[in-house]
Design a protein around this ligand. Sequence first.
Ligand SMILES: Nc1ncnc2c1ncn2[C@@H]1O[C@H](COP(=O)(O)OP(=O)(O)O)[C@@H](O)[C@H]1O
Ligand SMILES: [Mg+2]
Ligand SMILES: [Zn+2]
Length: 418
Amino acid sequence: MTTALYRRYRPENFAEVIGQDHVTAPLRQALRSGQVNHAYLFSGPRGCGKTTSARILARILNCAQNTEENPTDTPCGVCPSCVELARGGPGSLDVVEIDAASHGGVDDARELRERATFAPARDRYKVFILDEAHMVSNQGFNALLKIVEEPPPHIKFIFATTEPDKVIGTIRSRTHHYPFRLVPPDVLVPYLQQLCDSERVPVASGVLPLVVRAGGGSVRDTLSVLDQLIAGSGGGEVGYEGAAALLGYTQASLLDDLVEAVAARDGASAFRVVERVISTGHEPRRFVEDLLERLRDLIVIAASGDAADAALRDVPTDQLDRMRLQARHLGASELSRSADLCNAALTEMTGATSPRLHLELLMARLLLPAAEDTRSSLGARLDRLERGLPADGAAAVRVPVAGPPAAPAAVPAPQPPA
Ligand SMILES: Nc1ncnc2c1ncn2[C@@H]1O[C@H](COP(=O)(O)OP(=O)(O)O)[C@@H](O)[C@H]1O
Ligand SMILES: [Mg+2]
Ligand SMILES: [Zn+2]
């Protein structure tokens, strides 16, 4: 367990590349039918498989099993070239990888032009992988232009870049362009699960969706986050609370407590959650963002009933059951009104000197629909009436039926910052 996950799991053929079927499928089709272009451009965000795919393509092109009579889209894995170009292999003389980010543009392109005149040392093609191609200067590209325009038959180019617009048009137009994308959670979560299984690392329910969220769709970043959590787990299970804390996410339990307090109009509990948010070092704005995301999920549940399971596939089932109850308690219009309030609070919190104060004001507004005479608050009150709850709030929920009339808003005043 010494090398990073993203190195150990670097795909060696296209079947192992995840989330890029829109580029791998047509590319593999072309390879299977022996239609090989002389220049390719792989573009897309960081860490989604461009460099990896460029190496795979080079490996396929030079695989000894890949012949004119028997074209293939999968490297055999056992010929000398395949072995050299395998993960952790020494590399091949006939596949030249140039990282434009660490070389001076022009000189390298000149040198490259000279090298490109030689025939391959052993294999079918001389493949040049020009990585981070956006770093090549215009002069560099111009020096390359001639060979990319009229390449000798044994030369193949693969450009990889995050910024295809910076590759000059005269070169770009001679390539087959394959745009890679960020990988969506419904592909990444099962992939990580599989990876944890093969590493024999137990991971608590709900952790992988957090990891995927932190990785922002970049496979490399996602694997690095997972690596860090595994390293921190000391060989035991990767736990949910620890992961949430390390990644700076609001623990689901804080959100549960808050949403349930709002549903019950329990001001004291709601403000205790604020206290916990602050005392555990959470950023108020981040908390409101996470609350907004929770409300969004609850709205999905309220709107789609059982079909919500599919939409919220990443949510563990026990959590989903809890959220179903929350959605039912709050009701569709209260949920929508709360989401609006959170959204407005986020705007107000930007650059605010006291985000905590805004958080407390938000609590007060969430707890007191009756205080606002807007249409959404009327809708929320109506909703409550329809569900047999008192419309105006507070203690009402917990006041015995025979008791005195419900006092308005038993919400404690916001506490001054500690
Ligand atoms: N689509 C993908 N499928 C599987 N693993 C991937 C994918 N994209 C990236 N990775 C992982 O991330 C690492 C870095 O990917 P890389 O191809 O260098 O990204 P890029 O060149 O797009 O920045 C790889 O070693 C691999 O472990
Ligand atoms: Mg790369
Ligand atoms: Zn081979």
